[in-house]
Design a protein around this ligand. Structure first.
Ligand SMILES: Cc1ncc(COP(=O)(O)O)c(C=O)c1O
Length: 389
């Protein structure tokens, strides 16, 4: 039976970054190419999100908007029910995406030149945020055991001893796909506490977690570790809402929470898009069943890709992701340099995010977006077969 996520929807002509801007950003002409780069998915938002938006448009007055009680409560209830975390309203800092809050926290918690540590390879924009705020990137390389990533705690501790001001944690991890365990998350929090390192945990992938894995938030560790902690959460990835531009950064330390609020006021980030608020609260309030179904769909895509790579691509390693809909393929055994690999993929009409953008440890890898109808994934597989075999 056809699944509603099987529907292929044309996104061209909607100013869509992933489809309409391949030429501008990657030099790939519009047409036959199948974009698999930007991490949003090609699924239509469900009615429980679009209906309240339509009603709001019908109302027709688009004046300044606030976050009402239902907004806070919908997020608080979702996190209590799904992640066993009790959020407090005072912890919320609502910004257009995660990076504005992250950059402001970097500016508060460190000085130009200070080291900000990432676990590499990691989400490319972290690098940009660190360097564009004139901080220095410190990388602790994840251990890669045949596609399974883990944290090198000895190295992490050594780097903390050598002087790190802030750690940027990506939990779950993009692009490695790991859902860090309770033990791993607790150890990160303990080490940050021991060495006086501020911890920014980006948890915007928390809801995209596949069967057999359990997300564990930094907000679930002992509150003694909350003093220098900020946690970014969002419905962006969970419900396909990136263009709604809305992230909540949780800061349990009262003084630090006040400081960020004051900064947001200074920048005028204290009024909100009515559409973003409505879409998010509807998603958090009504989205559980739909998300379960979507996770099953994404998991089937994930398994299909793993089966294809395992059966046919002898020089590529792929381990099933525990989280995200972004497959991380190790193509190093093909012996191609990144430019050559990219060229071949573009020629075949599959446009991934190249791994080198995620730090040096991403060289020879590609990140492939699986958030698409199964028929489009089949077409991508068909094309990969021609270049990676
Ligand atoms: C780990 C992580 N953080 C932040 C972002 C940025 O998302 P947004 O700008 O919607 O906050 C992304 C986007 O892919 C991401 O993967």
């Amino acid at each position: 039976m056809a699944h509603e996520l099987d529907t292929v929807i044309n996104r061209y002509g909607t100013d869509c970054l992933k489809w309409d801007y391949m030429e501008k950003w990657l030099g790939v002409p519009e047409g036959e190419a199948l974009p698999s780069w930007v991490s949003d998915w090609d699924f239509k938002a469900p009615d429980f999100i679009t209906e309240p938006l339509k009603a709001r448009i019908e109302h027709g007055i688009f004046g300044y908007s606030e976050r009402g009680d239902e907004y806070f409560n919908s997020v608080i209830d979702w996190w209590a029910d799904n992640h066993q975390v009790t959020l407090k309203k005072e912890w919320f800092h609502t910004t257009p995406g995660s990076l504005p809050a992250i950059a402001m926290l970097m500016e508060r918690w460190s000085q130009p030149g200070d080291k900000v540590l990432v676990l590499s390879p990691v989400y490319h924009a972290f690098y940009r945020t660190i360097t564009n705020t004139q901080r220095t990137v410190a990388e602790s390389k994840l251990i890669n055991d045949n596609g399974y990533y883990s944290i090198n705690f000895d190295d992490l501790e050594q780097q903390f001893k050598d002087g790190v001001k802030i750690m940027m944690f990506c939990n779950p991890h993009n692009p490695g796909g790991r859902v860090w365990t309770e033990e791993e998350v607790t150890r990160v929090c303990q080490l940050c506490h021991q060495y006086g390192v501020y911890l920014i945990s980006d948890e915007i992938w928390a809801d995209i977690v596949f069967r057999g894995h359990k997300f564990f938030s930094c907000l679930r560790v002992d509150p003694q570790y909350f003093d220098k902690l900020a946690v970014c959460i969002a419905g962006t990835k969970s419900f396909g809402l990136p263009s709604m531009r809305l992230t909540n950064t949780m800061i349990p330390n009262e003084k630090e929470a006040e400081a960020l609020k004051s900064k947001l006021l200074a920048y005028g980030i204290d009024v909100y898009s009515a559409f973003s608020i409505l879409a998010n609260q509807a998603a958090y309030r009504h989205g559980r069943e739909w998300l379960n179904d979507t996770l099953d769909y994404l998991e089937a895509n994930n398994q299909r890709l793993a089966e294809f790579v395992g059966n046919e691509l002898t020089q590529v390693t792929y381990r099933l992701q525990e989280s995200t809909y972004l497959a991380w393929l190790d193509c190093r055994a093909m012996g191609l340099d990144d430019a050559e690999l990219e060229q071949r993929l573009h020629k075949a009409g599959v446009i991934p995010t190249m791994g080198y953008g995620f730090g040096d440890d991403g060289r020879g890898f590609i990140r492939l977006n699986l958030g698409c109808p199964a028929s489009i994934l089949e077409e991508k597989i068909q094309r990969l077969r021609t270049v990676l075999k």
